[in-house]
Design a protein around this ligand. Structure first.
Ligand code: HEM
Length: 215
């Protein structure tokens, strides 16, 4: 029997993880049903109006989940937004190391806080495009009488470009999750101290010793 113990740090509590994964399911549903409505080759799947109905139903959790998160965790939500839009010199230096980081090298990486510069960019982009995809979506849904063909055309472009941007960000987000073996942060909420030291040393240094749990 192995007596090796592991030192763990908590990154996300249950509520954050539930909202994250509910958001992922909702986003993928919106993407799949949106593609069925958009791509001519998939139009046969749109027959009967089921994909349009599912798309409209999925809008409710997509819009409400982040709002609920903000209402129940106002401090964490504020921190996440402020951190995502605040870039330091260390972050600029981190971006210069990005090509190596992309291929799994953490050599000479400038120390990072709770979220690294790449995550900041992902979260900021996600936040901006969440707003644009939502506003343009509601314009397409409720603006038919008022906007006219040009207005509706512009809303459709904003909607499709935002969804494309969110999908590109998602691909990068999932890629880095697996390259750096970060999934446990969002599955169990915990990461090893070693992972935290490698990816977020400034954040780890700010935590009290009691935040590290030996298992
Ligand atoms: C299968 C798809 C996905 C996987 C595997 C995944 C994985 C993860 C992981 C492992 C983290 C924690 C990283 C850390 O240690 O900080 C995370 C955080 C995050 N993810 Fe995802 N994610 C997925 C989809 C998405 C989608 C679709 C969005 C939004 C459109 C998203 C937005 C976020 C945000 C904003 C955070 C940071 C949360 C915070 O710091 O409070 N993720 N994700």
């Amino acid at each position: 029997m192995s007596s090796e113990s592991v030192r763990l740090v908590q990154r996300y509590v249950t509520g954050q993880r539930v909202i994250h994964w509910a958001g992922v399911v909702t986003f993928l549903l919106l993407l799949a049903t949106g593609l069925v409505l958009l791509v001519p080759g998939l139009s046969s799947l749109a027959a009967g109006g089921v994909s349009r109905l599912v798309h409209r139903i999925a809008v409710a959790p997509f819009v409400l989940l982040p709002i609920l998160y903000g209402l129940f965790n106002p401090q964490r939500a504020r921190e996440l937004i402020v951190e995502s839009f605040t870039y330091t010199r260390q972050d600029v230096a981190w971006f210069k190391r990005m090509p190596g980081y992309f291929f799994g090298s953490t050599k000479d990486l400038p120390p990072q806080g709770r979220i690294n510069a790449g995550q900041k960019l992902h979260h900021a982009g996600t936040f901006i495009m969440f707003v644009t995809v939502t506003v343009s979506g509601f314009m397409l849904w409720f603006g038919k009488g008022q906007l006219g063909p040009d207005g509706l055309g512009l809303a459709a472009i904003a909607h499709d470009v935002s969804m494309l941007g969110l999908t590109v960000l998602l691909i990068g987000h999932v890629y880095f999750t697996f390259v750096y073996d970060a999934l446990s942060a969002m599955l169990t909420g915990w990461v090893t101290e070693e992972y935290a030291r490698l990816e977020h040393p400034q954040w780890l240094a700010e935590l009290p010793e009691s935040a590290i749990v030996v298992k």
